[in-house]
Design a protein around this ligand. Structure first.
Ligand SMILES: Cc1ncc(COP(=O)(O)O)c(C=O)c1O
Length: 400
């Protein structure tokens, strides 16, 4: 018998070697208690959270929690069914209406996760004989959606408008074309030049899908994302998003103005062949989305936090993923996995949680300490965070 697990041996060895040095496993941390969107107890210690996707701090919003509790009492703990059978409740329609209002679009379809939204929409609309032209740094769920649909996959260099145009021009005449982009790329926290890329795509007869997972709620005047901020949202055919970041719960969605969009409810397998979200989840999501429409002050404060952290880390001597803060994600580049894990643990011991990110999730084989800010981090907390980076950075030799 060939052990099907033997393909994982190199990873098992690498992990064991790292843990043998006595380091805490960075991928096995338990949050013992979560006190607020910015503070939790980890290893018995009060820890500032700087590695969640809770950008707008909605997880403890009293209205959101009340809506969830009410739905739990009225509708029970789960639907036990698919959206197309017994799994559509009033709450599912209400959250889809909230999304249509939030994006000012005609159609909204809610999936059980953002991963499934990408998997479902991409694999259903682009199949055999179609072409998907995508940024090489696209999220795993985008790649998995491409693989599931059997379309021809044509990656282009990250954020390179000319490379996108060249690939588009090489697609055979008459073939279906879908360009897949992200608003914010979550590893380095950089944004896409969507205005130019959408224009190039349209000029070459392609439909465009933009994943705004990391920008919804925060970027753009109404929090609709990078496409809104760059004035190109009306030219985007499909926006994919998630409830697991700014919305503060779990779930995924696609919004669109395409006149035939609703047919997806019958043909999209990751929508049809899975149970729908629990009533409490859709109720919290709908309440959160409606509150995000009216959160300009929080968006402004989050930008202030992002600028302050970016500038402070730079002044301390850390190498960052972007020259300027472009989103709520600030990535600190580490020289290698060992140093990254050591620094990650030193920060945890200081009382700060960040994400350690490594290949294959990261581009160009990089190890990153990804910091993601929340609109509820206070100015004092950002100051504390910088103090912890200074102490941990000096103790580990990452900065002098
Ligand atoms: C760009 C992007 N798209 C989609 C997803 C999937 O979202 P979800 O957590 O809702 O499955 C993520 C998750 O991290 C993401 O970063």
């Amino acid at each position: 018998m060939t052990d099907l697990f033997s393909k994982f041996d190199p990873l098992i060895e690498q992990r064991e070697a790292l843990l043998k040095t006595g380091l805490t496993d960075p991928f096995n941390l338990v949050m013992e208690k979560v006190e607020s969107p910015t503070v939790a107890v980890c290893n018995g210690k009060r820890t500032i959270l700087l590695g969640t996707y809770n950008y707008m701090g909605m997880t403890f919003d009293p209205d959101v929690i009340a809506a969830g509790k009410e739905a739990l009492d009225e509708f029970g703990s789960g639907t036990t069914g698919s959206r197309v059978l017994n799994g559509t409740y009033g709450g599912h329609k209400a959250v889809e209406q909230a999304l249509k209002d939030f994006y000012a679009m005609d159609h909204a379809m809610v999936f059980s996760t953002g991963y499934q939204a990408n998997l479902g929409v991409i694999s259903t609309i682009a199949g055999k004989d179609d072409y998907i032209i995508l940024d090489i740094d696209s999220h795993a769920s985008i790649y998995d959606g491409c693989a599931m649909g059997n379309a021809q996959i044509v990656p282009f260099r990250h954020n390179d408008i000319e490379a996108l145009e060249k690939r588009l021009k090489r697609v055979p005449e008459g073939a279906g074309k879908l360009v897949v982009l992200e608003g914010v790329y979550s590893m380095l926290g950089d944004i896409a030049p969507l205005k130019e890329m959408v224009a190039v795509s349209k000029a070459n007869g392609a439909m465009v899908l933009v994943d705004e997972a990391h920008s919804m709620g925060f970027i753009g005047e109404h929090g609709r994302g990078v496409a809104e901020a760059q004035g190109t949202i009306d030219d985007v055919d499909f926006i994919i998003g998630t409830f697991s970041k700014s919305v503060g719960t779990v779930g995924g969605f696609c919004v669109s103005n395409h006149p035939k969009f609703e047919i997806l409810r019958l043909v999209c397998r990751p929508y049809v062949f899975t149970a729908s979200l629990p009533p409490s989840v859709v109720a919290t999501a709908a309440t959160s989305i409606r509150k995000l429409m009216d959160s300009a002050d929080k968006r402004a404060h989050l930008w202030e936090n992002s600028k302050r952290l970016h500038q402070g880390l730079r002044q301390l001597g850390f190498q960052l993923g972007t020259d300027e803060p472009q989103s709520a994600i600030i990535a600190v580049i580490m020289p290698d996995l060992e140093k990254g894990a050591t620094m990650w643990e030193a920060l945890l011991n200081e009382g700060l949680y960040v994400n350690l990110a490594r290949p294959p999730a990261t581009p160009a084989g990089m190890t990153l300490l990804r910091c993601s800010l929340c609109a509820l981090h206070s100015e004092d907390q950002v100051g504390e965070i910088l103090g912890m980076f200074a102490a941990a950075g000096r103790a580990t030799g990452c900065i002098s």
